[in-house]
Design a protein around this ligand. Sequence first.
Ligand SMILES: [Zn+2]
Length: 330
Amino acid sequence: MPFFVGVDVGGTNIKIGVVDDEGRPLSSTSIPTEVHSGPQAAIERVAQTVRELVAQVGLKPNQVARVGLGTPGTMDISRGILLSPGNLPGWWNFPIRDALAKAIGLPVTFANDARSATYGEYWVGSGRVLHSMVLFTLGTGVGGGIIIGDLLVEGENSAGSELGHIIIDYNSDARLCSCGQTGHLEAYASASSVVKRTEEQLALEPTTSLEARLAGSEELSALMIDQEAERGDEFSLQIVLETARYLGIGVVTAMHAIDPQGIVIGGAMTFGQHETATGRKFLERIKQEVRSRAFPFLADRTTIDFASLGGDAGFIGAAGLARRAHLMKK
Ligand SMILES: [Zn+2]
């Protein structure tokens, strides 16, 4: 006692979990977001799923103290509303925090999804040994989170820690970011960018095992590039390492701005992490870029490692933020 619920809203799925006071997930599930049905319908389904999960683990509703909610895109945290999340069309300007609180009958703590994942890793993931950390999440986009002490940097306008949009190329021909500006890290190190850069380089007709797969009915993806790199395709490996180099440049900027104890790399695209040669080479290439660009004593002292909670980081962290808000109110 007490227990918390974490809700992590994505463009495709919503992950929901019941978490105990020490950050252990007791039960979790994933439901389709069904963006087209609108936010109110989704909130009703989330509330129903929360009731089922709570009952499933043998808890009474009053044993859950608070709910944490993480959502993607732009938001106004203090007012609890979604602003204009790109992957949730039709949900813009929706007062999602209060709608969820009303549907569940519990107070709700609202946060950005990447910031929730950061808090999850900080609370019980690979950041649990750190007192200050920066998380980069690599997926369709690039998300970020900064924690200094127990303080999650959310910013004056709910746009703090937007590390996917730090500038790594100021030239006029820099790549276009999903936000509409150019030269941002996300335009170089996201899964979308990996696919785009690969398509560009495939046009130069390199020797690569990707060709055989693309000749079938498969669609090019970051996962396919990861798999071929792991099978020894040099072309695919170079794409992965180029991604690491771009990310390393972003990591150096974060280190020089914040000087955190550790950098954590998470999200859906981490190339198998320590389990595969590709994952290990990816991490080593990030570190190499950091060594060549950061203050040497920072490169020596700052740890750089993968996240450990996988796709659960978002809901665990959202529950953790709810717990923190609950403790502050006591
Ligand atoms: Zn951007």
